[in-house]
Design a protein around this ligand. Sequence first.
Ligand code: FES
Ligand code: FES
Length: 175
Amino acid sequence: MSSLYEEISAPPAAGVPVRRVTLNVNGQDRTVDVEPRLLLAHLLRQGLKLTGTHTGCDTSNCGACTVLFDGRPIKSCTMFAVQADGHEVQTVEGLATQSSLHPLQEGFKEEHGLQCGFCTPGMMMAAKALLESNPNPTEDEIRWAISGNLCRCTGYQNIVKAILWAAEKMRGSSN
Ligand code: FES
Ligand code: FES
């Protein structure tokens, strides 16, 4: 068990109640004490040091904070950390293995699917959810799947191409 009191930059004021939660993050159980008001995005970034999950707006608009929650893409700034108690969360840090990048990571590299990279973790997690339910998506289906994720740099075309690249590679490796 680790206490977020020691880890977050603004510890709770004296007397603020905390809740102990256990969630599985990228395959590992983590038990932490959190303030009930703490957002899941902030638990991941500040408490668990998984800074690949970005926060761009904190108001559910940009999608930079997208993670998989029990396999479904959610905006982690719209959920309290306490709501994740007993659930599985996957972040962008969970994509690669010790020896290889995930095909989505390769695809974004191959097809130049990023510029500043701020939107990229959220894009990849939204795309991962898509490819797990639909291994052979059309371009329109990809655009729909990432419609909750904003990119200010790329114009989206290369992101779509990156996801198509990953889909093809994943289909090939499953044959
Ligand atoms: S930070 Fe969550 S949607 Fe923008
Ligand atoms: S690459 Fe910059 S916001 Fe998407």
